[in-house]
Design a protein. Structure first.
Length: 148
């Protein structure tokens, strides 16, 4: 199995500010997915910095999908310090993200691409981006070790 050299996927979440947003977390709602695998997030709300081909466009960057070539793939392999490539999801309203899932490009057993690490940046206005950090200050998150 071939591993793309230290590929880093930067996932951007666009979270526009609401006119009167109140920061409250409802645990009953937080356990449900936002819709990347179920299709509730429409294709036009998923964009990317580049794509390898039409069959690896941003709209194919959904979990558990074999459409297209089964994943979003950037135009060129990504190096660890390369922050130019990203997958961006516009959620239109403020959301409290509690879990992010990742997977590589399986493509019916033919895919070998995956992101072993990634970062999350978010924005409320689409202009000022903030790098997410865990409680220990870590920005880089562990991704996948295989395309599954």
């Amino acid at each position: 199995m071939i591993l793309i050299p230290r590929m880093l996927l930067v996932l951007f979440l666009l979270l526009p500010i609401l006119s009167s947003a109140k920061a409250q977390v409802n645990p009953a709602i937080c356990r449900y997915p936002l819709g990347m695998s179920g299709g509730q997030i429409p294709d036009e709300d998923i964009t990317a910095s580049s794509q390898w081909s039409e069959s690896t466009a941003a709209k194919y960057g959904r979990l558990d999908s074999e459409e297209g070539d089964g994943a979003w793939c950037p135009e060129i392999p990504v190096e660890p310090d390369d922050l130019k490539e990203f997958l961006q999801i516009d959620l239109h309203t403020l959301h409290f993200i509690t879990l992010v899932g990742t997977q590589g490009r399986h493509a019916g057993g033919h895919g070998i691409e995956f992101a072993p690490m990634y970062k999350i940046n978010y924005s409320r206005d689409g202009t000022r981006w903030i790098s997410w950090r865990n409680r220990h200050g870590k920005q880089v998150l562990d991704g996948n070790s295989n395309p599954y």
